[in-house]
Design a protein around this ligand. Structure first.
Ligand code: 5GP
Ligand code: MN
Length: 339
């Protein structure tokens, strides 16, 4: 989305519309924060807006203002389809290709006649939206929603509710303001959101200090399973379905585990492999430091993608085969990994 399109968008938003707002599948803090932040903003203009998440998300996000209005496509297909089919405007947030909402939902969105918007910071965005605001340098989609509201000349409309939602995604996607995409503008936006009423300490507590005992025990197991390949500055973790079951795994419990592997001195590439019996896959999260692109690595080997320093992927082989494949690929990146 270029600034030149803003008057057109303003005109579109000047009368009440049916609007659907969609985050990616397995929504994280940035996905739910950005969609709900935009939702509350659009509601101020009396739009008939609804957030439809492809599927459920972790409990630590369920306190977000407006959470009770969110539909889940997976369990509310008929209502979701009706809303998407009747939408005038469709906002897709925090993802860059329809399939990231899951194949079923992607099909419905693709077929819809709604005017499409993309607001996203992932690399290599697809070109499906009439209005694309894509910026891979951005810390988070939440920061971009703030910018979007700013471009519309409406920062004075940001209240404590919107501020709370947007704060969540900036905080989670920046690893609490420590990842390199955190800029002075990010801090400026965060400062403004606090000014508008976001309670920073309470939000941090709601997201990070609501651990269950079993989650910490699962973290303990993950740390026991941590393996290091020092000569390639790589570390990885695995968790089998049996281990997840042993510790009463709930959605979101493994969030952030991979960062412990990356925190090892000298390590610049970290992976976690998590078995999902339900999906019949090994889910993979990849993280790096510096210029080694886990986005490219995941695209090349594990059907995924994301950002330079954080990406996801999957494998349809079993755990051991997947890890063996991972280990066997690594030496081809020897030069980049030993830099
Ligand atoms: P996570 O490892 O936390 O699931 O994902 C890390 C980052 O990569 C997030 O920004 C997430 O949206 C993105 N991501 C995860 N899986 C995929 C994928 O399969 N494809 C793409 N393009 N991005 C992904
Ligand atoms: Mn994001």
């Amino acid at each position: 989305m270029i600034k030149a399109q803003i008057p057109e968008i303003k005109a579109l938003l000047s009368s009440p519309k049916n609007i659907v707002i969609v985050p990616h599948k397995n929504p994280d803090g940035d996905a739910m924060g950005s969609t709900l932040g935009l939702y509350h903003y659009l509601k101020m203009y009396n739009h008939n807006a609804t957030v439809i998440a492809p599927n459920d998300y972790p409990d630590f996000l369920k306190w977000l203002p407006g959470d009770d209005t969110v539909l889940k496509f997976e369990s509310q297909q008929e209502d979701s389809k009706t809303l998407i089919n009747n939408a005038d405007l469709l906002f897709t947030l925090d993802f860059n290709a329809f399939h990231r909402a899951g194949d079923d939902m992607a099909e419905v969105m693709e077929a819809s006649n709604a005017t499409k918007f993309m607001i996203d910071h992932h690399q290599q965005p697809d070109d499906y939206a009439k209005y694309t605001y894509s910026d891979v340098s951005m810390s988070s989609t939440c920061e971009m929603v703030y910018n979007f509201i700013e471009m519309l000349g409406d920062t004075d409309k940001i209240d404590a509710t919107i501020a709370t939602c947007l704060y969540v995604g900036i905080m989670t996607d920046t690893g609490s303001f420590r990842f390199p995409a955190t800029t002075s503008k990010t801090h400026f936006v965060i400062g403004n959101l606090i000014e508008k009423g976001a309670n920073n300490s309470e939000i941090h507590n709601n997201i990070f200090d609501t651990n269950s005992y079993s989650r910490l025990q699962l973290l303990g197991r993950a740390m026991q399973n941590l393996k290091v390949i020092p000569e390639l500055r790589t570390a990885y973790i695995s968790l089998s379905q049996a281990e997840l079951d042993e510790f009463n795994f709930k959605k979101g419990d493994t969030e952030g585990f991979v960062n412990y592997a990356l925190s090892l001195k000298g390590i610049i590439f970290a992976a976690i492999f998590i078995e999902s019996q339900q999906d019949q896959i090994i889910k993979i999260s990849l993280r790096s430091k510096g210029t080694f692109s886990v986005n490219e690595f995941s695209r090349a080997h594990f059907h995924g993608g994301g950002h330079t320093n954080a990406a996801g992927g999957r494998s349809e082989a079993d755990m051991q085969t997947t890890i063996d494949k991972f280990i066997s690929i690594l030496p081809t990146y020897k030069q980049e990994l030993s830099q």
